[in-house]
Design a protein around this ligand. Structure first.
Ligand code: F6R
Length: 616
């Protein structure tokens, strides 16, 4: 989704802004722009397409200035073009603004502003903010920071924004509600970002703005923050903290793409997500972040898991983990649907929100609903300090490290790892598993990173299978029980990065409709590892072969029955059934990856997608 970088200090702003935009490319975008304060005017450049195109366009042009704002836009209101790209500038050229989020009441505000005589150059909701601030300044005769605060009190929706204005060339104004924004400082140099990526190269001393905060950054002065919800607009003390991110974590480390790097980082991501949560004797699991709410979780009537996309698939795996081990009923909900139902939530329900970014708008809205109804709300997320981490009562971080590739990989395995630890810790306290099963599962979980490494060694074999799949227009993924979410995840990975149409189904369901699609041209990828329903899956495979479908199977090492029926077979190490998704999802990630590479797709930045979906 959209990205923000801004700078004010003693250095040249342009290189900081353009490099910052490159660091934000992973979020997904379709146009980019930059505005620089030059003497007494604002110089602005915008381009549809990649940051490289903007940079090329700017080369040889005037990019002087030590204060500036820059933006990558992911189109919501109006198509991707230069008019709609940010920054948006006031009619008299005196102020430029960049914005992440959505102004929900923009239509009514726009109508009113048109009546006042303002003209709009773009179709965006953002341009409304620019004219609204100017309109207030004219009517009320107030300074810009006050006008910004007044305008934001009239706005419904979400925003993170940065403003440059000629009335004070040595000032940046920033604000936040619902979309993240942080300010880093290095002496009197200030760096602003919609996440830590564009900032970390310069400083790790950052403050995260809170909803309603408006910050005024003045050259050579201390940062001033006020909140629009505080009637007196009193100054707040900015609480600077350490940015938990390093530059190395953001680099590709010798891999061609971030996605491949992240697939290969999974053994480490799983280890890091377990670290410190299993004691030295390997007989106690505890998650520090939820201790305070553990009793509520143990007494829960029901767990409601809310998430989107890949995180929702992790939730489906958790349904098996929690119901089998903790014996508490689980409902797994698409956050986007949950928020617009009238769900029945009681105070003895525990809502668990899962999100890599911690910024997914639908998931955050579901969290609010849970809180409103008095449920205990727990978060599982990867990005430290994200909105989800701050808005939930307690939670656990997945320590997967930054995930830059748009398609989620290591975040999924890290989420399933943390959910397994959570289920184990609760099950042991609730007495719903035996001591020996508990110890066995801890040992099994600790063996997962090695097993993932063994799967990664098969990359070349999987690449050969990808040659075959890459020629097909469709693919079907099947799995049963805890491997059904793996099938869904395999299909999602393939469709989102290779643009091959793919669907995941519970294997037994296909005879209720989808089997009609099976013919010689349909690769059917079946997860047929050792599990309770193995024989049933074998029967499902036979049904597909009878219709001339091509089987690509993921089986347990040493399998012969399914292997014989498969055109291609990927063997994974023997794994305890409940933990199979942690291993079986990995070859499907590699398969999708190589199919996409063969089809010449931009693996890290698939079309139309964004990394952090901070709008509904
Ligand atoms: C798929 C993918 C998305 C995300 C979804 C939720 O590869 O990455 O489906 O899983 O947008 O994002 P988070 O986990 O950040 O809430």
């Amino acid at each position: 989704m959209c990205g923000i970088v801004a700078y004010l200090g003693n250095r040249d702003a342009y290189p900081i802004l353009i490099e910052g935009l490159r660091k934000l490319e992973y979020r997904g975008y379709d146009s980019a722009g930059v505005a620089l304060m030059q003497d007494d005017h604002i110089q602005m450049y915008k381009k549809k397409g990649r940051v490289d195109e903007l940079d090329q366009y700017c080369s040889g042009r005037d990019t002087r200035g030590t204060a500036g704002i820059a933006h990558t836009r992911w189109a919501t209101h109006g198509e991707p073009n230069e008019e709609n790209a940010h920054p948006h500038i006031a009619e008299d050229g005196s102020m430029a603004l960049i914005h992440n989020g959505i102004i929900e009441n923009y239509l009514s505000l726009k109508k009113q502003l048109i009546q006042e005589g303002f003209t709009f150059k773009s179709e965006t909701d953002t341009e409304v903010l620019v004219h609204l601030i100017k309109s207030i300044q004219k009517k009320e005769d107030v300074a810009l920071p006050e006008a910004v605060m007044m305008a934001l009190s009239m706005v419904e929706g979400t925003y993170a924004l940065a403003i440059l204005s000629v009335d004070d060339p040595d000032r940046l104004i920033v604000a936040k509600k619902g979309s993240p924004l942080l300010i880093g400082r290095d002496g009197h140099d200030y760096f602003v970002g919609s996440d830590g990526a564009p900032i970390v190269e310069y400083t790790q001393d950052v403050v995260y703005l809170e909803d309603g905060d408006v910050g005024v950054i003045k050259r050579g002065k201390a940062l001033k923050i006020r909140n629009i919800n505080d009637e007196k607009h009193l100054l707040k003390r900015p609480s600077f903290q350490k940015l938990e991110l390093s530059l190395e974590q953001l680099e590709k480390g010798g891999f061609d793409t971030y996605m491949l790097k992240e697939i290969f980082e999974q053994p480490k991501a799983v280890i890091d997500s377990m670290r410190g949560r299993i004691n030295l004797k390997k007989d106690v699991v505890s998650l520090g972040g939820i201790i305070e709410y553990e009793q509520k979780m143990l007494n829960a009537r029901r767990f409601i898991i809310v998430a989107c996309g890949t995180s929702w698939h992790a939730g489906l795996v958790a349904e098996h983990l929690f119901e089998t081990l903790v014996r508490i009923p689980v409902e797994v909900e698409y956050a986007s649907e949950f928020r617009y139902r009238d769900p029945i939530i009681r105070e003895d329900d525990v809502l668990i929100a899962i999100s890599q970014s911690g910024e997914t708008a639908d998931t955050l809205a579901a969290v609010e609903i849970g809180k409103k109804h008095g449920a205990t709300v727990i978060g599982i997320c990867n990005v430290v300090g994200s909105t989800l981490a701050r808005e939930t009562m307690a939670g656990s971080y997945t320590h997967a490290g930054p995930e830059i590739g748009v398609a989620s990989t290591k975040a999924f395995t890290a989420q399933v790892t943390v959910l397994t630890l959570m289920a184990l810790s609760l099950a042991e306290k609730k007495g719903t598993i035996s001591k020996s099963q508990y110890h066995q599962l801890i040992n099994d979980l600790e063996s997962i990173p090695n097993k993932i490494s063994q799967v990664l060694e098969q990359e070349q074999h999987i690449q050969r299978i990808a040659q075959y799949v890459a020629t097909k227009p469709n693919a079907m993924f099947l799995g049963r029980g805890v491997n059904f979410p793996v099938a869904l995840e395999g299909a999602l990975k393939l469709k989102e990065i290779s643009y091959i149409h793919a669907e995941g189904y519970p294997a037994a369901e296909i005879k209720h409709g989808p089997i009609a699609l099976v013919d010689t041209n349909m690769p059917v990828i079946v997860i047929a590892t050792e599990q309770k329903t193995y024989d049933k899956v074998v029967s499902n495979i036979q049904e597909i072969i009878a219709r001339k479908g091509t089987i690509i199977s993921v089986v347990t090492e040493g399998d012969t029955a399914v292997k014989k029926m498969s055109k291609f077979c990927i063997e994974i190490p023997k794994t305890e059934e409940l933990l199979t998704p942690l291993v079986a999802s990995v070859p499907l990630q590699l398969l999708a990856y190589h199919v996409a590479v063969i089809r010449d797709c931009d693996v890290d930045k698939p079309r139309n997608l964004a990394k952090s979906v901070s709008v509904e």
